[in-house]
Design a protein around this ligand. Sequence first.
Ligand code: SF4
Length: 264
Amino acid sequence: MSDSPRAELIKLETDRRLGHEWDEWDGTPLPRNGDFDSPPKLFFVWSAAATAVAMGLAFGVLWLLRPHLASISPRLVTVATWSVAILAALSWTWWALIAASYLLKRPLLPERLAERGLYLRLMSWTSRVASRFGRRDWVENASVKVYNALALIRQRKVKTGELLLLVPRCLSRETLEGVLEVAKRYAVPVFVATRGQLARRVIKERRPRAVVAVACERDMVSGLHDVAGKIPVLGLVLKLPSGPCKDTVLDLVQLENWVKAYVA
Ligand code: SF4
């Protein structure tokens, strides 16, 4: 019997509708053939704007509540104003530390205050702001790059059996074959997720110690938001040359690099 490592393909059945992130797609070709590759600095620009929007909303609510608070007690206005000002100062300090961690390639914040906690919230909020301006996919692409860079700084290692490779059902046949080759080479189990909920289920059942996840930007950001706080994840985004949810492709070299980043 051969001792060579074998890829393990796990499948779960589902009758749920697929690709809800793309419900509003009108069938027209995606910009740049579904390649939303963007520089990481795009995320910093948009996340700064999104933070400014959040702070503006906080000060706006404070301004609206001022008369009501003053009628109760003038001290309340002072306390509320200082609270919002301190929150704003902390938010910008934290944002600067995330940017410095990325630029210096050093973990200046604990995971819970960075890629496995607060950063995931910033990523989702920035995505919501960017979607208002039709820039969602580009900004999400950049945000996943920054997320991966922050995760890689930790230099976490696991055994091959402790890593799980999560891929979507929309991969083209050739791409899936390439993914299985990589998985076989490193003896990493592969799970083909037809829905994000099933991906979460298999993580719960298999209890991997780390995950390499593949998805389009939209699915990636929502998936990271739900999962990355519980388990270390590296994310690889797809290209969508045939539109969303069909015959998608990915960078197999990058996939192998992500697997190697975890597997010692
Ligand atoms: S990962 Fe694939 S199937 Fe899932 S929403 Fe994105 S394009 Fe559609």
